[in-house]
Design a protein around this ligand. Structure first.
Ligand code: 2IO
Length: 425
């Protein structure tokens, strides 16, 4: 009788896998690159080449999976579900909302939100980079971009959490499902009067742009606008705090690289790109196979749900040398293209539906990290801190409690005239 390979038969839905997926990626890539999960009748692809193929062959692999995974809580179709001329036009509207003059305004919002959130912690010498800072920061910046009232941020964050849970759950109990749908309905009810108001009195925010934009000479309906607002809310808020915390975790774990980034903040984009490669906050991207498809000897049937495993693909030795080590200086990182469609890592996906917010994400994380580095002098884990990550679909630290020496003036990372945000003596 053949002895089954233990690692390859490990369920990706198991607690053992959830505790540390990275330990199991090599076995999956080598022994079960097309891993079928019977409980959810889905196929998990772990090789870089296979993931890239699925994300770039738009004819054979569709985004129809989002009809079930996202539409119920998005109250309509998100960008990734669209195709052809509609996709091109609406994607362009969103891109314009995140580049050029809009991005300049957003950078100001990023700095002022960060300054206000950091102020109470700077003199304490201790901050939880996830719960004290990253989560509220990610939500507040997104509300500024959209043009929503930040005074409502706690309520909006709670509803957003329910919506994100729906999208990023691989299994959901009927009770949780009801809760998530309830959050989505409340968010929609909150947004509709805002949309009506922005149609009458447009401002410089993304909601106003979405309201004013026309497709085929026709303005988008309230439902279309609502779905795109929720699309941006989830996609911008959900991965940001994770990326920021993971960046600091990697730098603290590699003091030489932390020192290099402090000395030359020009290395931050490389550190962010390597963080995204090594520990992508979005670990799964779903697609539907249109045809029976063969992946190097293993078949996937027409109609199958396929999950691209971004974390596993980003650690494929066929794509990166010594893939499990964190090295912002790695020659195969390609920092300059890491935030573009030509990226070698797949943290932003690839192909037509590649993350529309990649450049914004880079600017956001780079700006806030450049602010944090000079403020958090001698940054280290708080005594007794135990590092833990959760999440199968989106994954990140539960918390990141850091101690630092308070009250250092902005170093090379600070921008001229920016001063020292919230410095307390
Ligand atoms: C929002 C999963 C956090 C997207 C999604 C329904 C569509 C799309 C993604 C990312 C990240 C979120 N999918 N963003 O994976 O817009």
């Amino acid at each position: 009788m053949p002895v089954p390979a233990p690692a390859a038969t490990l369920s990706v839905l198991s607690e053992e896998f959830a505790a540390d997926p990275y330990r199991h990626f090599a076995a999956l890539r080598e022994q079960a690159p097309v891993h079928h999960e019977p409980e959810i009748d889905s196929y998990f692809l772990s090789r870089h080449a296979d993931v890239k193929r699925v994300l770039t062959d738009h004819e054979a692999f569709t985004t129809e999976t989002l009809q079930l995974r996202a539409e119920p809580v998005m109250r309509g179709r998100v960008l990734a579900q669209m195709t052809g001329a509609e996709h091109t036009a609406k994607r362009k509207i969103v891109v314009r909302g995140f580049t050029g003059p809009a991005l300049q305004d957003q950078l100001r919002a990023i700095r002022s939100n960060a300054t206000a959130l950091l102020a109470p912690f700077l003199h304490r010498g201790r901050i939880d980079l996830v719960n004290d800072f990253g989560r509220p920061f990610a939500v507040q910046v997104t509300l500024d971009v959209l043009g929503l009232d930040k005074r409502d941020w706690r309520q909006l964050a709670a509803w957003h959490h329910g919506v994100a849970e729906f999208i990023t759950s691989v299994t959901l109990t009927p009770e949780r499902r009801r809760h998530c749908l309830d959050c989505a309905e409340r968010l929609e009810a909150y947004l509709l009067p805002v949309i009506a108001e922005r149609r009458r009195h447009p401002r410089e925010d993304l909601i106003s742009r979405l309201c004013a934009a026309e497709f085929d000479g026709v303005a988008m309906s309230d439902g279309d606008v609502t779905a795109l607002i929720l699309n941006v809310l989830v996609a911008a808020a959900e991965p940001a705090d994770k990326t920021l915390a993971l960046l600091f975790k990697h730098l603290i774990d590699h003091p030489g690289q932390l020192a290099a980034v402090r000395a030359d903040p020009g290395l931050l984009p490389a550190a962010i790109a390597e963080t995204l490669r090594h520990t992508p906050p979005v670990q799964l991207v779903p697609r539907r196979a249109r045809y029976d498809t063969d992946f190097g000897g293993t078949g996937v049937p027409a109609g199958a749900t396929v999950f691209c495993m971004i974390g596993a693909a980003n650690r494929d030795p066929e794509a990166f040398t010594d893939p499990d080590s964190f090295d912002l200086h790695r020659p195969d990182l390609g920092t300059a293209r890491s935030f573009t469609a030509a990226a070698q890592h797949l943290a932003f996906g690839t192909g037509l539906h590649q993350c529309v917010g990649a450049a914004f994400a880079r600017a956001e994380i780079e700006t806030v990290a450049a602010m944090l580095l000079p403020l958090l002098d001698e940054v280290r884990y708080s005594p007794g801190f135990h590092y833990r990550e959760t999440g199968l679909y989106t994954r990140g630290p539960v918390s990141l409690s850091l101690d630092f020496t308070p009250g250092t003036a902005p170093g090379p990372g600070g921008r001229p005239g920016e001063g020292n945000p919230g410095r307390a003596k």
